[in-house]
Design a protein around this ligand. Structure first.
Ligand SMILES: NC(=O)c1ccc[n+]([C@@H]2O[C@H](COP(=O)([O-])OP(=O)(O)OC[C@H]3O[C@@H](n4cnc5c(N)ncnc54)[C@H](O)[C@@H]3O)[C@@H](O)[C@H]2O)c1
Length: 366
């Protein structure tokens, strides 16, 4: 029988995850691989559900986390019956749903696939939760882009209207509406303990950066590809402002929220923002400049195109609610964030990547 390794790292969740069965969708991706590593280190029995990793250099592949967790499953979340079968077989207690088509520009090329994966995939996961009586907590990952973007100067609050211009953003706005509907219809806090035993929340992070992300048209992978090739870094939207945060920041929020939901199932089942402090809200140009400074070489090239596909210029999140009610806070300032991001990319070719990730989680916690 599978035995989770004893936990070794400082546990900021007070042993909560030890021995818990946790299903992570999208574990082969950037954020999912980090979440799986952290949960595994805390002694959770992790079941991962996702597609094949995108490349040999992904954090999932290099860290070899798929071989360490309880089950590493390749399955498509668009297949609702398959999801129910997996849930019935493994009977998870906590679900983190991250699997998605997460790229804005790609969503203009494959809008139907983007909607099928993001909206119907999320509904399939909620239906699998509904069909499996072991699940107590469901944390559904959407995005800061789920809000109707008015290019406003204040950060979006949890009760601002959903929307989205491009297919990706609007698909995540649609996910939020579906999650709200499933919570009202099937996982209503008023019916908790009588008709169901599920606490369901949605979470919205900012622009997440960290080691092992190689996605197309994201600024950090673009920087690393150019630096490794000795080419200038093309910057498409130099003035676009985003809430940048290290991957471990929102993951710490998702994990803290799930713990609170487990302990108080009717008090936290709602939407939550997990963004950075105001000082980490930088332009794309500023982030790329900080990467160059950190590496000590490289140059930037402004390739902005007035006819480019629409992408939001200004996007910020208001994180007061998570700070006040969960006691969550973002731990790293902008400079520390860039340092930690650069650390992985400087070391991945020579060092053991699983150890790099564990070291980074430990230094993040400290
Ligand atoms: N990276 C960011 O900046 C960011 C910011 C906010 C929210 N998010 C959200 O966080 C989640 C994870 O993002 P990421 O950056 O790690 O993305 P990623 O592209 O690195 O990973 C996506 C994961 O989803 C899986 N997946 C995609 N389609 C699937 C399907 N049809 N069936 C099963 N699995 C499928 C992939 O295999 C992969 O494991 C997404 O929901 C994304 O929208 C990301």
């Amino acid at each position: 029988m599978f035995q989770a390794e004893p936990n070794k790292m400082i546990d900021i969740f007070n042993n909560f995850y030890k021995g818990k069965k946790v299903l992570v969708t999208g574990h082969t991706g950037f954020k999912g691989s980090w979440l799986s590593i952290w949960l595994h280190e805390l002694g959770a029995e992790v079941v991962g559900v996702g597609l094949e990793p995108y490349s040999e250099k992904d954090n999932f592949v290099l860290s070899d986390i798929g071989k360490k967790i309880m089950a590493d499953i390749r399955a498509d979340i668009r297949d609702g019956e398959k999801m129910k079968e997996i849930f019935a077989e493994f009977r998870p207690e906590i679900v983190f749903h991250l699997a998605a088509q997460p790229l804005v520009r790609l969503s203009y090329e494959i809008p139907v696939d983007t909607y099928q994966t993001n909206v119907m995939g999320t509904i399939n996961i909620m239906e699998a939760i509904r069909a499996t009586d072991s699940v107590k907590v469901g944390v559904m990952i959407t995005t800061d882009k789920c809000y109707d973007n008015k290019e406003q100067l204040r950060g979006y609050k949890e009760d601002d209207p959903f929307g989205g211009y491009d297919p990706y953003s609007s698909s995540k706005g649609a996910c939020e509406i579906a999650i709200q509907s499933w919570r009202r219809s099937f996982f209503n806090p008023e019916d908790y303990g009588k008709k169901h035993h599920v606490s369901l929340a949605s979470v919205r992070a900012g622009n997440v950066i960290g080691g092992g992300d190689w996605a197309k048209d994201r600024i950090i992978p673009d920087c690393i590809r150019a630096l490794e090739a000795g080419k200038p870094i093309d910057i498409r939207s130099p003035k676009a402002v985003r809430p940048w945060e290290h991957v471990l920041e929102p993951l710490s929020g998702y994990m803290l929220l799930a713990q609170k939901m487990w302990e108080y199932p009717t008090e936290y089942c709602e939407g939550w923002n997990f963004g950075p402090e105001q000082e980490s809200v930088l332009t794309v140009w500023e982030v790329a400049s900080a990467m160059i400074k950190n590496f000590g070489y490289g140059e930037l090239k402004d390739v902005s195109d007035p006819n480019a596909l629409h992408e939001a210029n200004l996007l910020m999140l208001d994180i007061t609610k998570a700070k006040m009610r969960l006691g969550w806070k973002s731990r790293l300032d902008a400079l520390q964030t860039i340092d930690l991001v650069a650390d992985w990319y400087k070391r991945y070719q020579n060092d053991d990547v699983y150890s790099i990730c564990v070291n980074e989680i430990e230094s993040f916690i400290r």
